[in-house]
Design a protein around this ligand. Sequence first.
Ligand SMILES: [Ca+2]
Ligand SMILES: [Ca+2]
Ligand SMILES: [Ca+2]
Length: 368
Amino acid sequence: MKGKLTKGTIGTLVFLLLISAAGTLAIMPAHAAPTTIEVINPLNGSHDFNFSSDTTSVGSQFVVNVTVKDVMDLQNWQISLAWNDTLLDFVEITLPSDHVFVGASRAMIQGPPINNPGNVIWGCTYINTAPFKYWTFNGTGTLCQIKLQIKQGGVPQVSSALAIAGLGSDTFLIDGQSHDIQFTPVFGNYVYRTPQGAVPVRNVAIAKLDPMNTVVAPGFMFNVTVTAENRGNFTETFNVSVYVNSSPVGPAQTVENLASGQKAELLFIWYTQGYAIGNYTLSAVADVVPDDIDPSDNTATDTIHVIFAGDVNGDGTVDMRDVQILLFAWNAHSGDPRWNPYADMNADNRVDLRDLGLTLVNFLKKAP
Ligand SMILES: [Ca+2]
Ligand SMILES: [Ca+2]
Ligand SMILES: [Ca+2]
């Protein structure tokens, strides 16, 4: 009978529905493996980053892969990685050439990384330029690579988790429908060993002696910046002094708990009042620590010329020749092609009205 379903046709339909349901079930994954975000050592595929002071020095760098495993429908990610900032320094974060969105028409970094001591946060999404061609990332792949630098060692070892923040904080995975994808973070383990029997190396040094100028007239505050460095392999506390010939420039300053490989900048101020015209040896001295393997790098020296204010050319008289030389260096500071250290007599790293004023005050006077 037309227009009416017979028992036979109902049976066929039920059968077809069952087949179709079974088919649908068959193509659904039984239960996908749980998604993880893992910190992986690209050199060996493990979660371990093991270094030893006899093969890897403080200051060396290494790469950490942040990898997503068994993800479905990924459209947007952000990760937050944390570490012990007394042991490791951040260098950079990049997308590797085979990152997860490399198959999308366009991957977009969502901004510069947010980098605080011991932590970096970064993310990436993609845009499909063809709106009807839906693309998603499925499976396992690298999100980003982070380069870290070894900052400090220790006996017998130091260690830090390389920790991915969990769901609900600064790490997330978003799917094509803007939903959070559940995931489990898997940390990396960083260890830096100083093998038993390895001799502790002690060596403090003056890395840089940086006076404001090499020339100054009497009566000015003359800034001297000193960079001290710990070139040994354990933390040091030591004094740094600055001298003009044998006279100390202010009290010694103490550098406290300077970690291996680290530098400390100190400012000393020399008041030049009362110093006779002539050449002086400026020196910065780091106290030699016990067993300092290289006492020669504990001292750095420079020569400072104390000149009669206004006598730019040093011929003993302040006259138009000095004004002319000074005007040629007008507004210059160190590094400029026109820079002339003799024109900056108040040692503030600029040739300006202050220096011209000194020349005019002593105009046509002779040096004592
Ligand atoms: Ca030394
Ligand atoms: Ca002169
Ligand atoms: Ca000046």
